[in-house]
Design a protein around this ligand. Structure first.
Ligand code: GTP
Ligand code: MG
Length: 131
């Protein structure tokens, strides 16, 4: 997901360029705004964390770009491409280093396992929306 801050700040095109240049194929993509309820469901694993409420508010605050990406070793390589959760700790040249301002508004989300990538892909897309 390209998060609301990066979309609002006009970074969608640059981020998609970085993703494609990084060797990822776009399998599915849509431009939508999450309701609070759906943002809460998406981040349900973080329900007990102190920042959960802020995270849900932020993720439902504006439109996002959701996508399914394909590549060998995609999960690990994508997390390398996006950089650390806290953009001030993200390596130079990573998406969060270039386009994120803070740990809560950190420009982009990447799945943390193949299993979660399948679950999160299913959250946004039907089988007819994947190419
Ligand atoms: P995602 O790709 O968005 O899942 O980020 P991540 O995997 O790098 O981090 P994690 O799953 O641990 O946390 C999910 C999101 O919660 C992060 O992207 C941040 O936006 C937010 N978050 C994580 N830790 C903190 C924190 O300490 N404070 C605040 N305000 N937000 C946090
Ligand atoms: Mg995560």
């Amino acid at each position: 997901m390209i998060k609301p801050d990066a979309v609002a700040n006009g970074h969608t095109g640059a981020i998609l360029n970085d993703i494609i240049a990084g060797g990822f194929k776009i399998v599915a993509m849509k431009y939508i705004q999450l309701s609070e309820v759906n943002a809460g469901k998406f981040y349900e694993v973080h329900k007990e964390r102190p920042f959960y409420g802020d995270l849900v508010n932020f993720m439902s605050s504006g439109p996002i770009v959701a996508a399914i990406l394909e590549k060998d070793n995609a999960v690990e390589d994508f997390r390398t491409l996006i950089g650390a959760t806290d953009p001030s700790k993200a390596s130079e040249g990573t998406i969060r280093s270039k386009y994120a301002k803070s740990i809560d508004a950190n420009a982009i989300h990447g799945s943390d396992s193949d299993e979660n990538a399948e679950i999160e892909g299913g959250f946004f897309f039907s089988q007819f929306e994947r190419f």
